[in-house]
Design a binder for this molecule. Structure first.
Ligand code: GDP
Ligand code: MG
Length: 159
């Protein structure tokens, strides 16, 4: 019947993925995009941008009181990043699962096939970002992209 979805009830979702500066510097982009496509995500948008200090601070505003925040902002402004909007059923949780735990050292021990295990270095330089909830995904996608048109918003230096 048409009442129950045949996908086990999972919703089509969009999430924001980012390859951080260390990921671009390490030439992991093609490998990461390969993993994305193999895992069934569609890449709806993709841009290479550079975040300035203000933009990086606002993106990570939830962490502004943490001791690692100044270093986090330095890291995120140390080079270009690749931002992508990914779509699939259950995209938000599935992308978080694919990238693995925040700390790449722990990821190598517990989730060796995760992107952070394969490409990241430590608890800061972990190569990739993923939205952690539906609300974050909506906030982060509109942080970079105008809904509907997919046009960039804000004062990014698009490369
Ligand atoms: P995520 O959602 O898994 O990316 O992790 P969080 O939202 O907790 O943290 C945001 C980002 O801040 C992480 O991806 C790391 O780049 C950095 N970060 C998190 N925790 C630490 C930490 O304990 N030390 C340092 N230096 N950086 C951290
Ligand atoms: Mg987070």
């Amino acid at each position: 019947s048409g009442v129950f979805a045949s996908n086990g009830g999972m919703k089509m979702e969009k999430t924001l993925a980012m390859i951080k500066p260390d990921g671009l510097r390490g030439n992991y982009t093609e490998r990461i995009k390969g993993a994305i496509v193999e895992s069934g995500f569609r890449i709806l948008e993709e841009r290479i941008v550079e975040l300035d200090e203000d933009r990086a601070s606002r993106f990570y505003a939830e962490h502004s009181s943490r001791s690692f925040f100044p270093n986090l902002v330095k890291y995120m402004t140390s080079g270009p990043v690749c931002i992508m909007v990914l779509e699939k059923q259950n995209a938000i949780a599935d992308w978080r699962a694919l990238i693995g735990p925040t700390d790449s050292v722990k990821a190598k021990a517990t989730h060796p096939n995760s992107i952070r295990a394969m490409c990241g270095l430590d608890s800061e330089k972990n190569c990739v970002h993923g939205s952690d909830s539906l609300l974050s995904a909506q906030r982060e996608i509109s942080f970079f992209f105008e809904e509907e048109t997919g046009e960039m918003v804000g004062n990014h230096d698009e490369l």
